[in-house]
Ligand binder design. Structure first.
Ligand SMILES: C[S@@+](CC[C@H](N)C(=O)[O-])C[C@H]1O[C@@H](n2cnc3c(N)ncnc32)[C@H](O)[C@@H]1O
Length: 213
């Protein structure tokens, strides 16, 4: 879905960085072999994630929702030398696909895969993070925030994806629609939590940047 008129959206993309060849390959293979390829971050948001990560130069990144590794590789582009990126996904069938592309990249040794529910794995990570990207199941976004906030360094950044949820955040709420309800609650949580400052960017499906004070 386009939040900008399509011609303006095309102009924005045409005047931004192009995605690297490896990510084009990853996208092609995801569309050939994996269900729901629409979950990929895509070229424009990927370049946004890469740029934000390069501005931060994180020593430690945590990603929730690896899928086929597209956003993982974008975020890894900004890693400090010897930095590491922990990425979690519940779908064990994706592990080999992800590893193949991580090892083709310059960041294979810096990327640590975790398989299982992020709710179980985050509490076991005994370290702090400079940058966290939340892009897993929407109903747990608020739970993820509560689990990571104490693991986020002062000045650290949380990026939250799909916070406009295809525009449903401004439509009448259907009581059975758990994901929209969860995204609405999550957006309110980010806006009101005094430990962070937050800006919601209307990029693609909505990307919020929250900085820990
Ligand atoms: C939108 S996709 C991630 C897309 C990826 N970040 C990208 O930009 O290419 C969401 C992923 O979250 C994973 N996921 C869903 N529930 C999860 C959970 N409880 N813990 C960890 N991962 C989960 C799914 O298996 C799926 O691969």
């Amino acid at each position: 879905m386009y939040f900008l008129p399509e011609d303006l959206d095309n102009y924005v993309v045409a005047h931004s960085e192009q995605e690297p060849e490896l990510l084009q390959q990853l996208t092609r293979e995801t569309y050939q072999k994996i269900l729901q390829p629409i979950m990929l971050s895509g070229p424009y948001q990927g370049r946004v994630l890469s740029m934000i990560s390069k501005l931060i130069r994180p020593k430690s990144i945590l990603e929730l929702g690896t899928f086929t590794g597209y956003s993982t590789l974008c975020l890894a582009e900004g890693l400090a030398p010897n930095g590491e990126l922990h990425t979690i996904d519940i779908n064990e069938e994706l592990v080999d696909f992800q590893r193949k592309y991580f090892d083709k990249s310059d960041y294979g040794e810096q990327i640590i895969q975790h398989t299982g529910s992020a709710l179980d794995i985050i509490p076991k990570l005994d370290q702090t993070f400079d940058l966290v990207f939340i892009d897993a199941d929407k109903p747990n976004y608020s739970n993820y925030f509560h689990l990571i906030i104490d693991k986020l360094k002062k000045g650290g950044i949380i990026l939250s994806d799909n916070v406009l949820w295809h525009g449903k955040v401004v439509e009448p709420l259907n009581d059975k629609d758990k994901s929209t309800k969860a995204v609405l609650e999550y957006n309110t949580l980010l806006k009101n939590d005094k430990r962070i400052e937050t800006v919601l960017l209307p990029i693609r499906d909505g990307l919020t940047i929250s900085r820990k004070k």
